[in-house]
Write a protein that binds this ligand. Structure first.
Ligand code: F6P
Length: 323
């Protein structure tokens, strides 16, 4: 009998997840294994939604955003009972190992499942890029480019009207997207969850920009920052007269997650998906597959779970220097 493995996508979807699924399925099959796709993340594991996948089933998905398997945030899986049910379903189908494509919460679930004795390998995938164990995660490059396109468009209309724009990007706990979008988009100010914001200083920066003759200004705010779009807007209302610019705000929201993956994410996802199966071939599990110094690496879950990647202080300082 062939060895069987299963693959699922979990948590917030990320452009490139499909490329990772494709890589897992094709590498698994080339290895002589049966590969099952699990629908809707951990919820599908609990509900027993398994489908045997062939090489053809993953044809034409490389360039598609989202995840063909569906994804979910599953509360039941955070309980021992929920995970026990999942293991029972996996065992019933003769599945011997699971590949979990997802971000921080999903990898915590994978760690717990692995601790209960079921072999799991994780693939680092989230637009937040907050996972320790991978310098870059699947989806963040595409999401960043979507944010950048929004910035470029906002700047055009901002210049026509001498306005300042606040663009809020995703990132509840992690400011990577806000920081890199702000840096690449030439923002006058950036707010992130990892640093305290001084709104007075931002107001001052806007005023100076106006006085120096700039015809627009841009603030990129992370949704989880102490001063996100709503908070900054509220603050600026009381300081309208001194800013020079009038202010508008845009919340980019899930638009960031909905794009077709760019070349970087397709390549990264293909490498990590293949790397996950190769780890299982080596008999390695209980690890996160990520990219470090341009090499596919594995890091034991014990070293990454419960942690969040730190903000790059050099990049933050660079963005400040260039505002
Ligand atoms: O985890 C990725 C992410 O897009 C975060 O940046 C964001 O805070 C969250 O998911 C949104 O979650 P949901 O799609 O469940 O609203």
């Amino acid at each position: 009998m062939n060895k069987s493995i299963a693959v699922l996508t979990s948590g917030g979807d990320a452009p490139g997840m499909n490329a990772a699924i494709r890589a897992v399925v094709r590498t698994g099959i080339k290895n002589g294994w049966d590969v099952y796709g699990v629908r809707n993340g951990y919820q599908g594991l609990i509900n027993g939604q398994f489908e045997r996948m062939t090489t053809r089933d993953v044809g034409g998905i490389l360039q598609r955003g989202g995840t063909i398997l569906g994804s979910a945030r599953c509360l039941e899986f955070t309980t021992v009972e929920g995970r026990a049910l999942a293991i029972r379903n996996l065992n019933q189908r003769g599945v011997e190992a699971l590949v979990v494509i997802g971000g921080n919460g999903s990898q915590t679930g994978a760690y717990e499942l692995n601790k209960m004795g079921f072999p799991v390998v994780g693939v680092a995938s989230t637009i937040d890029n907050d996972l320790v164990g991978s310098e870059i995660t699947i989806g963040v490059d595409t999401a960043l480019n979507i944010a950048l396109e929004a910035i470029d468009r906002l700047k055009t209309t901002a210049s026509s009207h001498q306005r300042a724009f606040i663009l809020e990007v995703m990132g509840r706990k992690c400011g990577y997207l806000a920081l890199t979008a702000g840096l690449a988009g030439g923002a006058e100010a950036i707010t992130v969850p990892e640093r305290e914001t001084d709104p007075e200083q931002i107001a001052e920066t806007l005023r100076m920009s106006y006085e120096h003759g700039k015809n627009h200004a841009l603030i990129v705010a992370a949704e989880g920052a102490d001063y996100n779009a709503a908070k900054l807007t509220e603050f600026f209302k009381e300081h309208r007269d001194r800013l020079g610019f009038s202010v508008r705000s845009t919340i980019l929201g899930h638009v960031q997650r909905g794009g077709e993956p760019g070349a970087s994410d397709r390549i990264l996802a293909s490498r990590l998906g293949c790397g996950a199966v190769q780890a299982l071939v080596r008999g390695e599990y209980g690890v996160l597959v990520g990219l470090n110094q341009n090499k596919v690496t594995t890091t034991p879950y014990e070293e990454i779970v419960g942690k969040t990647k730190e903000l790059d202080s050099d990049l933050f300082e660079l963005a400040r220097l260039l505002d």
